[in-house]
Design a protein around this ligand. Structure first.
Ligand code: DGT
Ligand code: CA
Ligand code: CA
Ligand code: ZN
Length: 585
């Protein structure tokens, strides 16, 4: 086993969680949490310390936890963890997926009400038993119920990054096999939907290769269960519980099959109707003429070599997969040959990132260097503001000290020959009365302000809108952060009028970010047409709390494309100079 720092930290963290679920001493559980954090933030590989038997030299790693880690290195297991995994009921582990319910509360409910299943929990929330527990109350019980509903609705889906990682690994594995002439991801992942049900992969290969390709697919190291296997399709479940469908069609059929299995269903319905209107029939096998009875005449195929050819037969230009949702693409591609959408290479800098000054895991300098390594030319640093005490928000004094540090690092980087700018930003909470989180004088000193709501997300629509209005009208606000506050597959967003918000923001020359964290992807792409009509600006904001978090920009770019954003309306494509001018405009 390759023992990375992350992997060791994950094991320790799991011990902490399971200990609490088992109702054990919270103090001991916390020691595992702390150790996990420590290992995670080590500068060097923990594997070296293990090899030299020097774990206890690390502050925060005691003798007993060190023994656990050595055991992990030697045997691939930690006895305490194996024991806990056995002892804690699987149903209780399921409860962890309920947003707002931590392991301590879970144990309390489980222990005091003597229940273990999700159904029992629902019952006890509804009948007031949960509300009656000390430290719970009616509000918490209602929240739990709502979260369970969410879980039941979306539990079978996963976040974009998870699906993307699984699909890429399988894709790499399969594409090099002999006989594979064409291969593509299809379905919602090719369309870059914000969450993914199952992963679809399509291969074009002659049928005599199919069996060998399916063998490799079903024997992949991440596959834990084969759900089905036929001559042209096989479905598996991966170790993270995701379903993957692999279909193999003949290379000739590949373009039509790819179009069909990319979807969306809504897009396909319109495409099929367009075919009918032209006396044609479109299906997963190809494009065919209709016979005199109006049925598909499989003996009269229309020739095509690509998706583009098929679209052309239906009087359309090729539609990028992101736009295949029946949301205006037909009107556009009837009239236009193409569309200019944001591209990954257009992104010049990183806006919205946190450092150790608030709840980020890396220093300002580390974050800046990580941006440089990735070829970006600026970092819009935005730690949390003072009210976000839970996230280490900056007091006015901290702000000034941070500014000094930014000046120093900017100078140092410039002396080293880097053309790079760290902008002094802040992610200011929008307080419940709509005020920003510092006085105007201090706010003026920032290069730019992202205004976000982090608490009181459940206020009424009117109150929420009043908060946003005040924040947008404040001259310091340049970008509105994650407007709905939703956490995908965990909790819904605030009840707000996004049409109105987009109009206000556009009127005030304020951008609304596309928060690129796969958990958020907020602004949602469905508002793309409204944004386009209003000329709304956006920024692709990774909301990075780690250096790796910067790479979430990838998902933000895809969502911006799905929302019809072209380069010009995306601040992250500006040069540092252009951005500075825009901040001051
Ligand atoms: P998902 O898996 O829920 O994230 O969403 P999709 O879009 O990947 O849906 P999936 O996996 O059920 O099917 C993949 C594509 O295949 C879908 O986008 C369109 C096409 N497709 C599947 N079933 C049907 C159908 O009954 N009618 C039509 N028109 N297309 C279908
Ligand atoms: Ca799918
Ligand atoms: Ca599927
Ligand atoms: Zn943030």
């Amino acid at each position: 086993m390759n023992l990375t720092n992350e992997l060791v930290a994950a094991h320790l963290e799991e011990i902490g969680v399971l200990m609490r679920l088992a109702g054990e001493n919270d103090f001991r559980a916390s020691a595992f949490d702390r150790a996990a954090r420590t290992i995670e933030s080590l500068d060097s590989p923990v594997a070296n310390l293990i090899e030299q038997q020097k774990l206890t030299d690390v502050k925060g790693i005691g003798k007993s936890i060190a023994e656990d880690i050595y055991a992990l290195a030697e045997t691939g297991e930690i006895p305490v963890l194996s024991d806990l995994r056995e002892r804690v009921p699987d149903d209780l582990k399921e409860w962890l997926r309920i947003s707002g319910l931590g392991p301590k509360k879970i144990y309390k409910i489980h222990h005091e009400l003597g229940i273990t299943t999700l159904d029992e929990l629902k019952e006890k929330c509804a009948d007031g038993s949960v509300a009656g527990l000390s430290g719970m109350g009616k509000k918490s019980a209602e929240k739990i119920l709502k979260s369970i509903e969410w879980l039941e609705q979306f539990g079978e889906r996963c976040l974009l990054n998870e699906a993307d990682e699984i699909a890429s690994a399988l894709y790499q594995d399969l594409k090099q096999l002999s006989g594979v002439e064409e291969i593509s991801v299809a379905g919602s992942l090719r369309r870059w939907k914000e969450t993914i049900g199952d992963i679809d992969i399509l291969i074009g290969a002659d049928s005599d290769h199919a069996s060998a390709i399916f063998d490799v697919f079903t024997q992949n190291e991440h596959v834990v269960e084969v759900l089905g296997r036929g001559d042209t399709k096989s479905s598996v479940r991966t170790d993270q519980g995701r379903q993957v469908d692999l279909r193999i069609v003949s290379p000739k059929e590949f373009p039509a099959a790819l179009m069909y299995f990319t979807g969306s269903k809504e897009h396909n319905v319109v495409m099929r109707q367009r075919a009918r209107d032209r006396n044609l029939s479109l299906n997963e096998y190809g494009l065919f003429k209709l016979d005199s009875g109006g049925n598909t005449d499989f003996d009269q195929p229309v020739k095509y070599d690509s998706e583009k050819d098929i679209y052309a037969e239906l009087d359309l230009a090729w539609v990028p997969p992101e736009l295949r949702e029946d949301r205006g693409e037909f009107a556009w591609f009837e009239k236009n040959d193409s569309i200019s959408l944001l591209e990954h290479d257009d992104i010049r800098g990183v806006l919205h990132a946190h450092s150790t000054w608030s709840d980020g895991k890396y220093s300002v300098e580390q974050m800046a260097r990580a941006c440089i390594e990735r070829g970006y030319t600026y970092l819009g640093l935005t730690d949390h503001s003072q009210t976000a005490a839970y996230a280490g928000g900056l007091k006015p004094d901290d702000v000034k000290r941070q500014w000094d540090e930014v000046d120093q690092i900017n100078e140092k980087l410039s002396e080293e020959g880097h053309v790079f700018t760290i902008f002094k930003g802040i992610e200011s909470d929008i307080l419940s009365n709509g005020n920003l989180d510092y006085d105007d004088k201090l706010l003026e000193g920032f290069d730019f302000v992202i205004a976000s709501i982090h608490s009181g997300l459940e206020m009424s629509r009117d109150k929420m809108m009043a908060r946003f209005k005040a924040a947008i009208e404040h001259p310091a606000t340049r970008i509105v952060g994650h407007p709905t506050g939703r956490l995908l597959l965990q909790r819904g967003g605030s009840d707000i009028d996004l049409n109105q918000l987009i109009e206000w923001a556009a009127e005030h020359n304020t951008a609304i970010e596309i928060n690129a964290n796969p958990r958020r992807l907020d602004l949602d792409w469905r508002w793309g047409q409204k944004a386009r009509d209003c000329g709304l600006q956006t920024a692709i904001c990774p909301d990075a709390h780690t250096t790796k978090g910067i790479d979430d920009i990838r998902y933000g770019v895809q969502i911006a494309r799905k929302g019809w954003f072209e380069k010009q309306r995306v601040l992250s494509t500006y040069t540092a100079k252009e951005l500075k001018d825009w901040f001051n405009s």
